[in-house]
Ligand binder design. Structure first.
Ligand SMILES: [Fe+2]
Ligand SMILES: [Fe+2]
Length: 298
């Protein structure tokens, strides 16, 4: 925020987002019936979005095991969601520290932190209601997250936020529209999609401003960090331990998912929108681009 002073257009966007936050914000502890029984036999994710869909492992599973796998895949994504949101809240608060508290822009940043606080509570409740473990980030991802949340400024900060938000959003938009899925995950997705639409608008405009303010060295550094963030996010979506819930050794499940053309297509589909946007701002190039490819996102 310090690098790009509040202009009238930036303030106008924040003003609109604040008005929208007032109209449509949800308290998941009140809005969701957490004790409602689950629908027997209903999937938690459209089956074609499961990381093993179409593989020999998938063919060898019973219908019940397939449903269980999607439940654990959702728990893994929700665990990743909490992780991303904790990083993002700290990045926003760090920026707020230098900002003008009377600006609408700074006030919207705080409002977004408030949204993310409720989201992380919601994802925690979701994991608990599904009866799944919390699938935590590995040691390297945990360290990268700690580094990002402590140091990130400039284009890479908002770009990393956008990748995490838009990739999850692609899955959630599909889930909320699919009436065959568990009502609980549809409701969680609907609340998240509505509030994230504002965050995506905020981050998209901000990353474009940060790019306009960045020099060539800052841009090169940003491309590399953005590629590494994209790699972590894609890698973190399905935790290998989730496969153990259906009796598949984690390493075997992960290797099958990586080789699965359906899953690779799903990853590219989930990242298509954010990739186009960041590429149009020249934020995907060089060694950073190779990381996007290794992540299976392009
Ligand atoms: Fe969120
Ligand atoms: Fe968000």
């Amino acid at each position: 925020m310090a690098a790009t002073p509040a202009g009238p257009e930036r303030e106008a966007t924040a003003d609109r987002l604040l008005a929208s936050s007032l109209r449509t914000s949800y308290d998941p502890t009140v809005e969701i019936d957490w004790a409602a029984p689950h629908v027997p036999g209903a999937y938690w994710l459209p089956p074609h979005r499961s990381s093993l869909y179409g593989t020999r492992l998938w063919d060898g599973m019973t219908e019940e095991q397939r449903v269980t796998l999607t439940r654990h895949e959702v728990a893994s994504a929700a665990s990743a969601g909490v992780w991303f949101e904790t990083i993002l809240m700290q990045m926003l608060i760090r920026h707020y520290y230098d900002a003008d508290p009377t600006s609408r822009h700074a006030q919207y940043a705080l409002t977004e932190v408030a949204d993310e606080c409720r989201h992380s509570v919601m994802f925690g409740r979701l994991i608990e209601a599904m009866g799944c473990p919390v699938y935590r980030a590995g040691r390297w991802d945990q360290a990268l997250g700690r580094f990002l949340k402590t140091t990130a400024t400039g284009p890479q900060m908002y770009a990393a936020i956008l990748i995490a938000e838009e990739v999850l959003d692609a899955f959630q938009r599909e889930i909320m529209a699919d009436e065959s899925l568990q009502p609980l995950i549809r409701m969680v997705s609907r609340i998240h999609v509505v509030e994230e639409a504002r965050h995506v608008r905020f981050a998209r405009e901000e990353v474009a401003r940060q790019v306009a303010a960045a020099g060539p060295v800052a841009m090169a550094y940003a491309r590399l960090l953005i590629g590494r963030a994209a790699y972590s996010i894609s890698n973190r979506l399905v935790h290998p331990a989730a496969y153990a819930a259906v009796g598949i050794p984690p390493g075997v499940g992960r290797a099958a998912a990586r080789a699965n053309p359906h899953w690779r297509a799903t990853l590219r589909w989930s990242a298509a929108r954010v990739y186009d946007h960041l590429a149009s701002l020249d934020l995907v190039a060089g060694p950073g681009r190779a990381l996007w490819r290794r992540a299976g996102l392009i």
